[in-house]
Design a protein around this ligand. Structure first.
Ligand SMILES: [Zn+2]
Length: 331
């Protein structure tokens, strides 16, 4: 664990503290099974031998990327996954034909439709058994996956556990990095590796959860997600890796329960992005500034209306309604 980490996006060490969070080992046994198992791993690896885990969540003053100290390194992430494999599964594995994966894979195929060519080679990085690739296989594309899961679904070829195992000369027309970047110790390094394996005319689709609105993450435990992006910080790390966003914006996850940041990139040269608005956007989002929410959601107004209708009874209903009113007047 790094006690005084540099920013994983911009490389600087200029943090503003947002919040100190404390997790007590003694709380573990009282928690529901999934969270209990997360606490077991937290105090079995990153905070082994300690009765309390204290983290300081920080906003990078240069780019607005949010992370916490101490920060896990690659070995710590590996130790976490290895220990999780030794514990009984606290969540059932979803069968490959479940409805939400089907919707998610259909939406992914639609998002990629503008960049796919007949017979494109598509790699899903960290895509589990590759189930999101199924509609692409049906459409005649060549689908590949790298993941620790060893048994891919029919039609998808597994090329290893991580991108380190790809043949050096292998190139892909399209790469998908969906809900992976928030977990890794070195997001820039991973993106640089993907850049190396992307065809010169290829495209990368990245999606991460947006967890900064009206709260300082992590919500329940610090073990699962260690990187918290918004549009500005995601754009910055992509461009630094030479992946140039054709678009990078907030949107709804296919479940419409979660806001995400989604970027579609083409291959280019590494560039420093002037994201001086990043730190301010972080502060506005965390504070729940309605103007930040407006800019966040108006790109997908139709989905927002549907999500509010479906989940309107939950916390935040009033704020979202007020914002919808303002978007309505604006547009
Ligand atoms: Zn930074």
């Amino acid at each position: 664990m790094l006690s005084d980490p540099t920013c994983a996006v911009c490389g600087q060490r200029a943090w503003d503290d947002l919040e100190t969070k404390v997790y007590e080992k003694s709380d573990g046994p009282r928690l529901e099974p999934y969270l209990r198992s997360r606490f077991e791993i937290l105090f079995g690896t990153w905070f082994a031998g300690q009765s309390r885990a204290t983290i300081v969540v920080q906003n990078c003053r240069n780019c607005g990327f949010v992370a916490f100290a101490p920060r896990p390194e690659e070995d710590d992430i590996r130790a976490k996954y290895e220990m999780s494999l030794t514990l009984p599964r606290s969540r059932a594995v979803r069968p490959p034909d479940n409805l939400s994966d089907e919707r998610r894979s259909r939406r992914l195929a639609a998002e990629l439709s503008s960049v796919l060519r007949p017979g494109s080679a598509v790699l899903d990085v960290g895509g589990g058994d590759g189930r999101l690739m199924s509609p692409l296989v049906t459409a005649g594309h060549r689908a590949f996956v790298v993941d620790f899961k060893t048994e891919p679904v029919a039609g998808v070829t597994r090329l290893g556990a991580t991108v380190d195992e790809l043949a050096p000369e292998s190139r892909f027309d399209v790469m998908v990095l969906s809900h992976v970047l928030e977990h890794v110790a070195e997001p820039l390094t991973l993106l640089q590796q993907l850049h190396n394996h992307l065809d010169d005319a290829g495209h990368l689709l990245v999606e991460v959860p947006m967890e900064l609105y009206r709260r300082v993450p992590p919500r329940r435990e610090p073990l699962t997600h260690i990187n918290y992006f918004h549009t500005e910080s995601l754009r910055a790390v992509l461009m630094r890796a030479g992946l140039l966003p054709l678009q990078c914006r907030f949107g709804w996850h296919y479940t419409e329960k979660q806001i995400v940041v989604r970027a579609l990139c083409k291959k280019g040269e590494p560039t420093i992005y002037d994201n001086s608005r990043g730190p301010q956007l972080t502060r506005a989002l965390v504070a729940g500034d309605p103007r930040a929410l407006i800019s966040l959601l108006e790109a997908e107004r139709r989905r927002t209306v549907r999500a509010v209708a479906r989940y309107g009874a939950r916390r935040g209903r009033g704020a979202i309604r007020a914002v919808l009113g303002r978007i309505g007047r604006a547009g």
